[in-house]
Ligand binder design. Sequence first.
Ligand SMILES: Nc1ncnc2c1ncn2[C@@H]1O[C@H](COP(=O)(O)OP(=O)(O)OP(=O)(O)O)[C@@H](O)[C@H]1O
Ligand SMILES: [Mg+2]
Length: 481
Amino acid sequence: MFFAWLKRYVPGGLYGRAALILLLPIVALQVVVSIVFIQRHFEDVTRQMSRSVVLDLGHLLNEVHETNSPAEALAHTRDLRRDLELDVTLPAADPAPRGTVRRLFYDVSGRTVVATLADDIPELRAIDLARSSRDVTVQLETDLGPMEVVFSRRLVTASNPHQFLVIMGVFGVLMTAVAFVYLRNQLRPITRLAAAAEAFGQGRVVPYRPAGAREVRAAGAAFLDMRARIERQIEQRTRMLSGISHDLRTPLTRLRLGLSMLPESGASSPDIAEMERDVAEMEALIDAFLQFARAEAESPPVPTDPAELAARAVEKARRGGGDVRLAAPPDDARAPVALRALAVERALDNLIGNAVRYGGRAEVSVARLGETALRFSVEDDGPGIPPDRRDEAMRPFARLDLARNQDRGTGVGLGLAIAQEIARAHGGRLELSQSARLGGLRADLVLVPSSRPSGAGDGEAGAPAERRIAGGERRPVPRHP
Ligand SMILES: Nc1ncnc2c1ncn2[C@@H]1O[C@H](COP(=O)(O)OP(=O)(O)OP(=O)(O)O)[C@@H](O)[C@H]1O
Ligand SMILES: [Mg+2]
């Protein structure tokens, strides 16, 4: 509708909108005021000046009436003509037909002049404003024949209001410039808050201090509180997971060692083998826990060739005996992107591992999405995951349909969760769908690496201000004011 239509032409940014809100009323007001004012002013003044010329002309006509010949009339009115600045020709050289009016169409004030003169001078024969922009020529009826009078246009029209317009324009521009500067200072804190929130969403903690108007400061302080709380929680979770995993390792190692000693004491070997398998499985489980706990505590992003990274992951899976193929990457997928390479590779490992485990054949491809985004796709020919269970599958420790996967070995249920966590740390997401080509699951790891230079350099020696959200190492969460 109308508003939808209007919306297309309204600027999207806060700055543009604020400027529009500021400018529109001012410009509209100025235009209306100047039009009304100029018109009024012009018309009134022009009418008054024309009236005084009407008086002059009446005076002249009276004087001419008292004489009997053109020559006598001219002589009689010499002083009068000089004083009133009227240039008189009697009789007129080329009398115009009665009622002739010549006026340029854009000569707005001329309309008032013509109307006033025509109303107030019964003897008026013709009036010509178009012959010269400087003069007014009128022809008047007298007993001695038509008389032509030329006088300056200045006598009937006020000088142009250009000055007024120029002053208004100059001050308008000046004031707008000042307003823009103030506006920008008011909007900058909001932009900063937005940037800090966006960075935090991608797992980066950038320095931010609430500033600006009261409401913006309040929002900024709330954001800081929220950020601190989330950081604390993440750190707690990470610390707990890695603590538990770490502490479980020691007794497990002892158990494994103990098991390897058992045959000497005469226990039956098949039982021992089974127990050893269980222990190995538990160790794998703990490794997965640790991996999950550290998914966020990764090394800083470094410029990485995505195609090469995918090739590495595929090569690794092949060595492990998987039937994995890498689709030829498009050229633009070779341009380096700031990635936490190890983490992304681990996410790919998990996805390829799933594809090989639950399907048979896997296909990996890389694509560039627009300027900054990047997509790794892993497809397989397995049973896939029904749409209504995809969200569930990505949850930590979720294993679907155990019966179906029984012969495929047991996972912990962390693979997809880790991949999703890593995607989020890159400002992206993990998307599950059905593979059109192979019929199984299609997992898209979409990454949107930060385009800001600080994103690529974060954690560098030169940029200590920015840091990753608390990860594996034990670091005190800084308190914000
Ligand atoms: N390619 C796939 N095809 C079919 N089902 C899948 C596929 N990938 C994952 N799933 C289902 O989603 C569940 C969760 O997968 P996820 O990778 O998170 O855990 P997992 O493979 O069971 O264990 P882990 O990867 O931690 O060893 C799996 O148990 C499986 O049922
Ligand atoms: Mg898995």
